[in-house]
Design a binder for this molecule. Structure first.
Ligand SMILES: NC(=O)c1ccc[n+]([C@@H]2O[C@H](COP(=O)([O-])OP(=O)(O)OC[C@H]3O[C@@H](n4cnc5c(N)ncnc54)[C@H](O)[C@@H]3O)[C@@H](O)[C@H]2O)c1
Length: 262
C-alpha cells in the first residue's frame, strides 16, 4: 500500500533552541531557556544586552551541564541578527527551535503617541520577530524540522488593560497574523509555528517589579486569582517546542488565568 503522508523528521539528540530576549534575570525568556536546558536542549540566548546574555548562558551551562552561548544582537537589525545566528550555527548543534520573546512595551496613550514611538515598538516586536525567524528558518527548512513559538499578549485580544497601550497591542496582534500566515507556508517543510498569549506576568516589561497593589488589581479579573509566573509561561513554551507537539501549528495559546473571558 502506498501513502502520501509525510512522516515527521525525528528530533536529533543534540539540538539547539534559540531564545531571544532571554537575558533579563526576571524575564519569561530566561525561565524558558532554563527549563529547556533542563530538558537537555543546547541553548543560545540572543539579547540586546550582550553582557547579560553571556552571563545567563554561563549560568545555564553550569547548572544544567548543557552547551549554552549568549550573543548580543539587536533583533531589529538584519546584520546584527545574521552575525548572531551565524555564530550560533557554527558553535552549537542544529537549531530545532526558535522562541521569539525579545520585546518592548510602551505605556504611551494614543493621542500622545508619535510616529517615532510607534515605529520603535513595531521595529522590535514585529520586524525583529520577522528578521530572526526568517534567518533561523533557512537551516530548519533544509533539515525539514523546526518549531517556532512567538510571544503575543492578552493586550492584543483585550486592547491593553495591563500596562502598555495601542502601539504594543497592535504589534502583538500582528504576531497572531504572522504566526498563522507563516504556519501556512511552513507546514510543508515539517515546521510548526505557534504563539503564546500571556496575561500579566511580573517581569521588568511591566514598568518594573509589580507592587502588591498592582498585583491585586491585575489579578482581580482573572479566574485563578493571581497574575502569571514566568514558570507558567515557560512550561507551555517548552511543550510547544517539544517533539510531541508536532501536530500543533498556527495556534494561539491563551495563558492568562482565564482573563480572556472575564
Ligand atoms: N510580562 C508580561 O506580562 C507579558 C505579557 C504578555 C506578553 N509578554 C511578552 O513576553 C515577551 C518577554 O517579555 P518579558 O515579560 O520576559 O520582558 P523582559 O523585559 O523581562 O524581557 C524582554 C527582553 O527582550 C530584550 N530586548 C529588548 N529589545 C531587544 C532588541 N531590540 N533585541 C534583542 N533583545 C531585546 C531585553 O533586553 C529583555 O531581556 C515579550 O515579547 C513580551 O511582550 C509579556
Amino acid at each position: 500500500m502506498t501513502t502520501t503522508e509525510t512522516l515527521p523528521t525525528p528530533f536529533p539528540t543534540e539540538r539547539t533552541v534559540v531564545v531571544t530576549g532571554a537575558a533579563s534575570v526576571r524575564g519569561i525568556g530566561r525561565a524558558t531557556a532554563d527549563r529547556l536546558a533542563g530538558l537537555g536542549w543546547s541553548v543560545a540566548i540572543v539579547d540586546i544586552n550582550a553582557e547579560a546574555a553571556r552571563a545567563a548562558a554561563a549560568d545555564i551551562a553550569l547548572r544544567h551541564s548543557v552547551p549554552a552561548i549568549g550573543v548580543g544582537a539587536d533583533i531589529a537589525s538584519e546584520a546584527s541578527v545574521d552575525a548572531a545566528v551565524a555564530q550560533i550555527e557554527t558553535s552549537l548543534a542544529p537549531i530545532v527551535a526558535l522562541v521569539n520573546l525579545a520585546g518592548i512595551s510602551s505605556p504611551t496613550e494614543f493621542m500622545d503617541e508619535t510616529v517615532a514611538g510607534w515605529e520603535r515598538i513595531f521595529s522590535v516586536n514585529m520586524t525583529g520577530t520577522f528578521i530572526v525567524t526568517q534567518r533561523v528558518l533557512r537551516g530548519m527548512i533544509q533539515r525539514r524540522l523546526g518549531r517556532i513559538v512567538s510571544a503575543s499578549s492578552i493586550s492584543a485580544q483585550r486592547g491593553g488593560g495591563t500596562f502598555s497601550k495601542v502601539a504594543y497591542s497592535a504589534s502583538k496582534a500582528g504576531i497572531i497574523g504572522f504566526t498563522r500566515g507563516l504556519a501556512r507556508e511552513m507546514g510543508q517543510h515539517g515546521i510548526t509555528v505557534n504563539c503564546v498569549s500571556p496575561g500579566p506576568v511580573d517581569t521588568d516589561i511591566m514598568g518594573g517589579t509589580l507592587t502588591d497593589e498592582r498585583k491585586n488589581d491585575l489579578s482581580a479579573d482573572t479566574l485563578m486569582g493571581r497574575v502569571g509566573t514566568v514558570t507558567d509561561i515557560a512550561a507551555l513554551i517548552a511543550f510547544l517546542v517539544g517533539e510531541d507537539a508536532g501536530y500543533i501549528t498556527a495556534a494561539t495559546y491563551d495563558i492568562n488565568g482565564g482573563l480572556q473571558i472575564s
